[in-house]
Design a protein around this ligand. Structure first.
Ligand code: HEC
Length: 149
């Protein structure tokens, strides 16, 4: 590859990654800083209520003073072990987060309110629920290998 072709490629990749970030921000809705990493999902989704009024998951999914709702502890530092490769308590035969496979990850079915779930759509209650864009970013984290990142 010539020097100028290489330079053009570097410029192209720089723009491509900026475009990608902008696209993420466009779909992230009420959590504009949401990224497809566990630490970002923890901060923006599990730990916090967002501007739409959607509840924080840890309003219920903790181990503080009681058994966690649905047996699921989503507190920081606990959520990875609670989700990745772990079977659902209420829907035997499903895995909460199947690394690399969002389609077969029960966490996604629960936040989408798929017709096949046991129990109710998450967050429990009348909504607001996660937006399609927020769910896409969680899907992307799983697609990228559901790392403890
Ligand atoms: C108001 C309380 C409450 C909130 C808020 C809540 N949950 Fe739940 N969650 C529950 C209860 C209770 C269950 C068990 C009954 C059921 O599955 O419907 C449950 C079950 C689940 C399950 C299934 C666990 C299993 O092993 O089958 C997942 C996954 C889940 N919640 C994810 C979430 C996520 C992600 C959020 C935040 C976006 C959230 N929940 C917010 C109460 C809550």
């Amino acid at each position: 590859m010539t020097r100028s072709a290489l330079a053009a490629l570097v410029v192209f990749l720089a723009f491509a990654s900026v475009a990608c970030d902008e696209q993420l921000r466009d779909i992230a809705g009420p959590t504009p800083n949401l990224q497809p990493t566990l630490s970002s999902i923890q901060r923006e989704i599990f730990n916090t209520q967002d501007s739409s009024g959607r509840l924080a998951c840890i309003q219920c999914h903790t181990n503080v003073g009681r058994n966690p709702s649905g047996g699921l502890n989503l507190l920081e530092g606990q959520s990875f072990a609670a989700l990745v490769g772990k079977p659902s308590l209420l829907k035997p035969g499903t895995i909460l987060v199947m690394a690399g496979d969002p389609v077969n990850s029960y966490l996604i079915h629960k936040v989408e309110g798929a017709s096949t779930i046991a129990g109710v759509r998450m967050p429990r209650g009348a909504g607001p629920f996660l937006t399609e864009g927020q769910i896409s970013i969680i899907r992307r984290w799983i697609q990228l290998g559901a790392k403890n990142d």
